[in-house]
Each structure stands twice: as C-alpha cells, then as structure tokens.
Design a protein around this ligand. Structure first.
Ligand SMILES: NC(=O)c1ccc[n+]([C@@H]2O[C@H](COP(=O)([O-])OP(=O)(O)OC[C@H]3O[C@@H](n4cnc5c(N)ncnc54)[C@H](OP(=O)(O)O)[C@@H]3O)[C@@H](O)[C@H]2O)c1
Length: 267
C-alpha cells in the first residue's frame, strides 16, 4: 500500500465562535465538507440554544489566554469570530488569542442597518444613553416602549418608572428591570405582519433596539416606519482592527477555501 494511502487523514479544524444565525449557517456549510472538522463555541447564555451542525462546546474559555490555549490544545487551524456585533469582549479576545497562537482569524460580521426614507431613528452610543433619550422622545401618557435590546441590559432602564416596557427576549429577564413591564418570550425570525400587530395591540410609542443588522429581526424597523414610531438605535461597540472581515457566511466559506488552497499550494 502506498504511504499516502496508509497515512491518517488530517482534518482541518475550524473553530467558530458562535451565538448567531450566521454562525449556524456557516457551520452547516462547513460541516458538509468531509475534509473539515468544525467546532462551534457558544457562551452558554441561552438555556436551550439552537445547536449548530458539527461539534459544539459551551462556556467561556477563561479570557484570551484560555482561548489561545484551547486553540493550541485542539489543533485549531482557523478561528472564525461569528459572534453577535454587540458581543464586544469576545471579539477582542479572539484577536488576541489568534495572534498568540498564530492561528488565522476571520470576523464574520453582518453589516448594520441603514435608514431609509420615512425612518425616524435616534442613534445612541449605549443602553444608558438610550434610557436617557427616552423621556425626551415620549410625552406623558404616551410612554409605551418596545424594548428589544435583550434581557441582559434591562438594568439600564430600571429607573424609568414613568414608562411601560414591552420586553422581548429569548429567556425570562431577571431583576433589576423596569417596574412596569410585560415580557414576551420569543426568538426570531419575526414577520412584518407580526411586528405590525405587536406595535398596534400594545400601542407602542417608541422602539429601542441595537443595530444588530440581522435580517431576522429587521421587520420591526419597517413596522415602526409605517406606524410613525421613532426608533432609538444603539450603535455597535468597537471591534479589533486588522482582522479580515466577511459580511455573509458564503463570503466566509470562500475566504476559508482560498486560505486552505493557498496552504495546499505552498506545501
Ligand atoms: N450581546 C448581544 O446582544 C448578543 C445577542 C445575540 C447573541 N449573542 C451571543 O451571545 C454570546 C455572549 O454575548 P456577550 O455579549 O455576553 O459576549 P461578550 O460580552 O463579548 O463576552 C463575554 C464573555 O463571554 C464568553 N463568550 C462570549 N461569546 C462566547 C462564545 N461564542 N464562546 C465561548 N465563550 C464566549 C467569553 O468568556 P471568556 O472570557 O471566559 O472566554 C467572553 O469574555 C456571544 O457568543 C454572542 O454571539 C449576544
């Protein structure tokens, strides 16, 4: 038997830092390639997460050093940061760990939303700033807020006792949170009809959201525009510089193929 036939096949190991629909789509694409070993990493925030294709590990790594160790110990060939645009810490950890472990890194980051004619958007830098502008956008008697910024940041709105909040989140929020609040446990994708109905039945005066850029959650912006509801839009946190970016899972898969082809040609 020739040597090459006896040699065990070495799968290239791709680690995807996930927690987004795009990360799951990328995992599905890559897991279908028999030459790859694909592991997705989830932070463990959601009680019953949607599991991606391929292998899955759950929980923090213990900072950038822990992630660098994990990359080395599991012989990771490529790291893909496909975390949510508002997961501000892990992206910096990924950049630091990839540099330490000498592993190529790609950031899969969907573009932010772009306002269109008729949109009444009020960009803010943080949840605190969102809470500060709310009283300026709402009048007494018209202070019904649809809050879709996630259950983790509700403490920033906890002091707004004159407002009523409709909070939509995947898992139930815990205190501290605003005193007047109704929770809607749900996760996207959401439909335009559904969002229109929600704004209407709950008589929403203002929408607060993060600029996640996700298609699955964009219909609320269209519904808000149609209903003349102002939107407080929390801008994205900074990302590490010098990291190549892909806007879609397809672009990320192409980048990866080029990288592996180049490596094969060089060997
Ligand atoms: N922030 C949002 O609005 C949002 C929305 C939807 C989904 N998500 C997803 O939820 C996760 C947590 O978000 P976050 O805002 O809490 O993140 P973060 O503030 O950037 O990260 C905090 C810590 O959580 C751990 N971590 C984050 N993402 C991880 C991952 N994919 N795998 C393993 N550990 C991870 C890391 O712990 P160690 O330092 O111990 O490694 C990190 O230092 C992310 O994976 C993100 O994709 C976030």
């Amino acid at each position: 038997m020739p040597d090459a036939a006896r040699r065990p096949v070495r799968h290239r190991h791709v680690l995807i830092l996930g927690g987004t629909a795009e990360a799951r789509r990328l995992a599905t694409t890559l897991a279908a390639d028999p030459s790859l070993r694909v592991t997705s990493s989830l932070a463990g925030r959601v009680a019953a997460p949607r599991l991606p294709a391929g292998e899955v590990r759950i929980g923090g790594f213990g900072g950038p050093e822990g992630l660098a160790r994990w990359l080395r110990e599991h012989a990771v060939d490529v790291l893909i940061d496909a975390t949510h645009p508002f997961a501000g810490t892990i992206s910096f950890h990924a950049a630091q760990a990839a540099a330490t472990a000498h592993v190529p890194l790609l950031a899969l980051r969907r573009p932010g939303w772009v306002p269109g004619p008729g949109d009444d958007w009020h960009p803010v830098a943080s949840l605190d700033e969102a809470a500060a502008v709310l009283p300026t956008l709402t009048l007494p008697g018209a202070r019904r807020v649809f809050l879709t910024t996630g259950r983790m940041g509700l403490a920033h709105f906890a002091h707004l006792a004159d407002h009523w909040f409709l909070v939509r989140s995947v898992d139930a929020p815990e205190p501290p949170h605003p005193p007047h609040m109704t929770t809607l446990l749900d996760r996207g994708p959401f439909t335009l009809d559904g969002e229109r109905e929600l704004l209407r039945t709950h008589r929403i005066d203002v929408l607060v959201t993060k600029d996640s850029g996700a298609a699955a959650t964009a219909p609320k912006l269209t519904a808000a525009r149609e209903a003349g509801v102002p939107v407080v839009l929390v801008r994205r946190p900074p990302t590490p510089t010098g990291v190549p970016e892909a806007a879609t899972p397809e672009e990320a898969a192409t980048w990866l193929r080029h990288l592996f082809n180049e490596a094969t040609t060089a060997n």
